[in-house]
Design a protein around this ligand. Sequence first.
Ligand SMILES: [Zn+2]
Length: 349
Amino acid sequence: MNTMNLLNKQTIQNRRFPYQSLIVLLLLLITIVSCKQKPGNETSQEEQIKLATAPTFNADSAYAFVDKQVNFGPRVPNTPAHVKGGDWMVKKLKEYGFEVTEQPFKPVTFDGKVLNARNIIGTYNPSATKRILLAAHWDSRPFADKDSVKKDQAIDGANDGGSGVGVLLEVARTIHTAQQKPNIGVDIIFFDAEDWGEKDDMQPDQKKVYWCLGSQYWASNLHKPNYSAYFGILLDMVGAKGATFPKEAQSVQFAGSVNNQIWDIAERLGYGQYFIKQEAGGITDDHVFVNTVAKIPMVDILHQEINSNRTFGAYHHTHGDNMSVIDKNTLKAVGQTVIQVLYQEDSGL
Ligand SMILES: [Zn+2]
């Protein structure tokens, strides 16, 4: 294009037009250029997204939900804290007008433990045919295998587990208290037993994936026959200060257009410094089984480091994953984006 324009310009200059003809030509050119500059042509694609009216996501409340989970203690399956944490989540979903289905299952871990696990599924507006699926895992890691001390002790899992649940409970509360409620259906699934995969210094099993046991179970045993959703959003580690969410490779592969839509909305809302428009490596997370087994396109909003030799934040699977890493600004960026996506879908904009 540029080369072509340059050639035309030179050709015109080299010809010997009479003076008046040149003026006429210039005027013509100016007219053509002005006609092309219609208002709005200069604005970026993001600025053209018309935002639907949506309620405000309260980051203080989301933060309190994360803190509450941490105060139960590590939500490690087969512990009293896990049972208490799960019961509290069921209670909160019901309080916010969601129909709750508890799906118990007993997976076997890589180290031969049989877990008393349950997926917790909240349904808003059950009769709506257009549904959006939101998910996070609610269990926390039983070991601090990437720490240098107390490697065999469970971590708080404030970000890895706690933040996703905190944001989604606040999404539920926001819908419940909003004057204008969405007409679409919203399903919130809290997957259990996501984080009992092999330790960091082990070779992962080649035949069986020991991560994401709750989503693997759910994808093969849907809580309602023939359940489906328009698309899904998974939240994992969405509360750390300065977190970056590049586009995770599996999400791009299975749900690329949804991924682009969410990132454009986030940018439009002013959260472009979190939602990075750059692709990052594929991660074995709950969305993989929702995409490949349940066949629902699902995007993972997941904290991955960019321009670093580390994939995850320094807190990952260490005792550093406590309330000190949680930042309300990050919770707000993710929560407000999710709320906006729901209301965009509802409005059809
Ligand atoms: Zn984890």
